[in-house]
Design a protein around this ligand. Structure first.
Ligand code: ATP
Length: 232
């Protein structure tokens, strides 16, 4: 398998506080579904943000393919984030004055080459709500609109930070199941942060972070199907 992302000895320190990330190194395989799990405050979001170019590390490097994104100019970084990767968060971050379809189209690159809204809407089961406004949609529907907005540009990687954190069990299962389907159908590499060990059991690989260090890295030969997740 080809490596899509390489993290080399990444550290992060906010001001003069102690290190939040302590020399993290890892590689992510293209097309994989990887979960990063760990206690609150262990550094998961900071690591994800550094891998997606949202934050700079204090030291170390992050290669996307053969390019070190930590050395990118502002312009190169903007292009990388606009074209190569998609991001989804616990908050849906939809624009309330635009319809679902208009929100999705915001993610499409001006240069073309996007997926069709109809195709994504069908997969994500939001075809019937495309002309509605975010305030008229359930949390699960809003998150699926946010996923479509992140995917429309055909990103090679999707960064997901606690994306089921605000959803109930039914909607969480649906979103996780859809992300797995998207990973397989489009070959997009998914990196998924969660506190939930059941979600982790559905992943190809589970990386555990504690106190800013990578303490466990497990590859699942047979990840469980989403339907077999128990919910506690
Ligand atoms: N902008 C910031 N300035 C100062 N400290 C920060 C900042 N962002 C995060 N931290 C600190 O860095 C540590 C790691 O935070 P981070 O959000 O990466 O952890 P996390 O594992 O994602 O936590 P959670 O699961 O609660 O979201 C925490 O102690 C947090 O308080």
């Amino acid at each position: 398998m080809k490596t899509i992302l390489t993290v080399n000895e990444v550290t992060k320190q906010y001001r003069n506080n102690e290190l939040v990330l302590k020399a993290i190194s890892l590689e992510i395989e293209e097309g994989s579904f990887t979960v990063i799990i760990g206690p609150s405050g262990s550094g998961k979001s900071t690591l994800l943000n550094i891998m997606s170019g949202l934050q700079k590390p204090s030291s170390g490097s992050v290669f996307f393919g053969d390019k070190d994104i930590t050395q990118f100019s502002e312009h190169e970084l903007a292009d990388f984030r606009r074209l190569d990767i998609g991001q989804i968060f616990q908050q849906y971050l939809l624009l309330s004055h635009l319809t679902a379809e208009e929100n999705i189209r915001i993610g499409a690159p001006a240069t073309g080459g996007a997926y069709s809204v109809q195709e994504l809407a069908e997969i994500l089961d939001i075809s019937g709500v495309l002309d509605q406004y975010p305030g008229e949609l359930s949390g699960g529907q809003q998150q699926r609109v946010a996923i479509a907005r992140a995917l429309i540009k055909k990103p090679r990687m999707l960064f997901c930070d606690e994306v089921t954190g605000a959803l109930d069990e039914t909607n969480s299962r649906k979103v996780i199941s859809l992300l797995h389907q998207i990973c397989v159908k489009y070959g997009v590499t998914v990196l998924f942060i969660t506190h939930n060990y059941e979600i982790a059991r559905t992943a190809d690989r589970v990386i555990t972070i504690k106190d800013g260090s990578l303490i466990k890295d497990i590859h699942h030969k047979n990840p469980i199907p989403v339907e077999q997740m128990s919910w506690v």
